[in-house]
Design a protein around this ligand. Structure first.
Ligand code: HPA
Ligand code: ZN
Length: 346
């Protein structure tokens, strides 16, 4: 592949066109203000904001917690399977426009079951959208059930048990919400049970929390991927391990910018991690809240960090490598990727 043949003026079109997977997207974080208002009306839920503009102008965050408060409030309009379907379908249309070929989608059942919305409502609504995305848009996907780490171990156990009847509709478990003060160890026994059930495991770690949380996500929870993981940069031994074991880090640049993990996109360590041989890739996290879906993340990150076509190729390959799919599928995406690069002059 001749990456040098692609100049910086040609790069944006290639970034948008290239096939990619998305492995770090919270479906509740794809809920756009317009849909929040439409669902609030449909379900007769009262919002604390008078207009879409007023809600959107509240999206000025100082850290993870300041975002989570508003994110959980937004999710309160979701009540029926159709609401979950509509939210996920809107995401899939955005993903299609960005040439996402496959998505592994987080959902937060406790945000809903705490409001007396059933696990069945949540999972069946989302799963139906996943089925339609494959059939109508050609996008494959799977669901990953996340435990809210600010809640108790007991609540996580209860959530996992409630989900067992729907075990064929999701592939794994994850861990999200407020990181600091809620180390992975808190959920050791729940993840053990999830492994016994044959589920995959991922965990948010090292977004705001220390490198020690990444170590314990790997060693205690047996997580196969780390979500975010950008704080690994402060631990040289950990960096070597992540590189050697090719542990995927699902990095989310615009999220990190909006939650002030880095003061400026130019300060993001994605390029440094890539050059040290880590399996990092770009994801959108909560695109309705953080100013962009996949391609917007690619475009802004590449501009800020001066990345080139060779970086784009590596990031796309990493996104295939890290997906929970078989090798034949990964190879098929690689063939698609090569064809795309060749069409763009490489
Ligand atoms: N971090 C932790 N929890 C979350 C996030 C995140 O970036 N997005 C939605 N829940
Ligand atoms: Zn996340």
């Amino acid at each position: 592949m001749n990456f040098d043949a692609i100049n910086s003026a040609q790069l944006p079109a290639l970034l948008c066109a290239m096939p990619k997977t998305e492995l770090h997207i919270h479906i509740e974080g794809s809920l756009e203000p317009e849909l929040i208002f439409a669902l609030a009306k449909r379900n007769q839920v009262r919002l604390n904001y008078a207009t879409v503009e007023e809600l959107r102008s509240a999206y000025a965050f100082t850290d993870l917690q300041s975002f989570l408060d508003i994110y959980y409030a937004g999710a309160s309009v979701l009540q029926h399977p159709q609401d979950f379907y509509d939210m996920a379908w809107a995401y899939f249309l955005r993903a299609k426009a960005d040439n996402v070929v496959h998505a592994e989608i987080f959902f937060d059942p406790q945000t809903h079951t705490e409001r007396k919305v059933s696990m069945r409502t949540v999972v069946t609504g989302l799963h139906h959208a996943c089925t339609d995305a494959k059939e109508k848009l050609g996008i494959s996907s799977s669901l990953i059930l996340c435990f809210l780490r600010h809640l108790s171990e007991e609540s996580a156990f209860e959530t996992l048990e409630q989900a067992i009847p729907f075990k064929d509709m999701f592939i794994g478990v994850g861990l999200d919400s407020s990181e600091r003060g809620h180390p992975p160890e808190k959920f050791e026994r729940v993840f053990k049970r999830a492994h016994q059930l044959g589920l995959k495991a991922v965990a948010h770690a090292g977004e705001e929390g220390p490198p020690a949380y990444i170590w314990s996500a790997l060693d205690v929870l047996k997580a196969e991927r780390i979500d975010h993981g950008v704080q690994a940069i402060h631990d040289e031994v950990l960096m070597q391990r992540l590189a050697m074991e090719r542990v995927p880090l699902t990095v989310c640049p615009l999220s990190n910018l909006k939650l002030c993990v880095f003061p400026n996109l130019k300060d993001h360590n994605l390029a440094q991690m890539l050059s040290q041989g880590l399996c990092v890739m770009i994801n959108s996290d909560d695109p309705a809240y953080f100013g962009g879906y996949m391609n917007e993340n690619f475009l802004q990150t590449f501009a800020a960090l001066n990345l080139n076509a060779s970086h784009a190729y590596q990031l796309a390959c990493n996104s295939f490598e890290a997906a929970f799919v078989d090798e034949a599928q990964k190879l098929a995406w690689r063939v698609q990727l090569d064809a795309c690069f060749q069409q763009h002059g490489a």
